[in-house]
Design a protein around this ligand. Structure first.
Ligand code: ADP
Length: 324
């Protein structure tokens, strides 16, 4: 057999073992800040709080019952936008919606509520990864329960990005074995790609993200060259202060208003290998990679979930996975 295959499998096994002996707690930095929002807060106000704190998501807290009430993410704002599109005469009402109404909004527009999975921080990290893949969650809250009072505490939230970064930083001896080209291992999506151009409206791109159930759309020119990338989190500044009528602006205008600390977009080629992708993750804030050819033409897209799925599941027997 091909020696590359053998190395690749050995690298993957090494990473999987690592994830089984580390906990979600291990991923957290020594000190961190956690912004939790009260479920009674107006949705309109939650936007400003996220922007002011430079975050794109936050756990919600039901202070009446003293319980965790789910995660607020950019998907929730996209749902509010869809609601506004379906019921445009209700704009005054939309303005008065609280975070606790998000579930009603989902119901009204007919989207399935995301299953809110959480994990205990001291459980193996492998378990958190499996749950993320199963539910397609991009982030997962760590919830601890007090043995005596039964009260819940939100310890933190871990993201796919954090987990892959943690793998990249601590597994160089394993990631260096992953030397098969991404195209050969089928990493990412290469057909039926959703794209838009600079003159598309923000609303068009949001509809694309909903239709394809994706969190980013490459922005290409007429020759299919990649110009930029519109991400679900880019929606947040667009509707700051409840400005839903500004979604008719073009993608070009919206992207020119990105925060100064925007990390940029990352590309790779079909011949690149996971070892170099992990190298990029180790050094930078990567949320997905756009696969391009030598002329910057779009070939595919590799999401963090594609990477996590491959790292955890490739070559595993169905039987060995049952317990998770
Ligand atoms: P994540 O779950 O990591 O946030 P996405 O939601 O963007 O990633 O991607 C979900 C799946 O859809 C992945 O398999 C990815 O390869 C694919 N995908 C991502 N963006 C696009 C796109 N613009 N067109 C088609 N498929 C995409």
């Amino acid at each position: 057999s091909n020696p590359l295959d053998k190395d690749q499998m050995q690298g993957l096994r090494g990473i999987r073992e690592f994830l089984k002996v580390r906990t979600s707690y291990d991923v957290l930095p020594l000190s961190f800040r956690l912004v939790i929002l009260d479920n009674d807060l107006l949705i309109r106000k939650s936007l400003n709080i996220l922007i002011q704190n430079g975050i794109v998501s936050a756990p919600l807290w039901d202070s009446r019952n003293g319980t965790f009430a789910g995660l607020l993410t950019s998907t929730d704002y996209i749902n509010v936008i869809q609601y506004y599109c379906q019921f445009p005469h209700e704009i005054d009402q939309v303005d008065q919606f609280r975070l606790s109404s998000l579930r009603d909004i989902e119901r009204a527009i007919g989207v399935l509520p995301l299953e809110t999975v959480s994990v205990h921080p001291m459980r193996p990290l492998y378990e958190a990864c499996r749950r993320m893949l199963k539910t397609r969650a991009r982030r997962i809250p760590l919830i601890d329960t007090d043995d005596e009072t039964g009260r819940e505490t939100v310890v933190s939230v871990i993201t796919q990005y954090r987990i892959l970064k943690f793998i990249a930083v601590n597994n160089e001896q394993h990631t260096m074995l992953l030397k098969k080209p991404v195209r050969e291992i089928g990493l990412g999506t290469y057909t039926d790609l959703a794209t838009a151009n600079m003159n598309s409206s923000v609303l068009d791109v949001i509809h694309l993200m909903v239709k394809y159930n994706i969190s980013a759309v490459p922005i290409v020119d007429k020759d299919n060259r990649v110009m930029n990338l519109f991400e679900a989190v880019d929606v947040i500044p667009c509707i700051k202060g409840g400005a839903y009528d500004e979604l008719t602006a073009t993608v070009g205008d919206a992207l020119s208003q990105r925060a100064e600390d925007f990390g940029g977009i990352y590309t790779c080629s079909e011949e690149d290998r996971l070892d170099s992708i992990f190298e990029t993750i180790r050094k930078s804030r990567v949320h997905r990679l756009i696969v391009v050819d030598d002329d910057s033409r779009l070939k595919g897209i590799i999401s963090l979930s594609d990477i996590l799925k491959y790292v955890l599941l490739y070559g595993e027997e169905e039987d060995d996975l049952q317990e998770y």
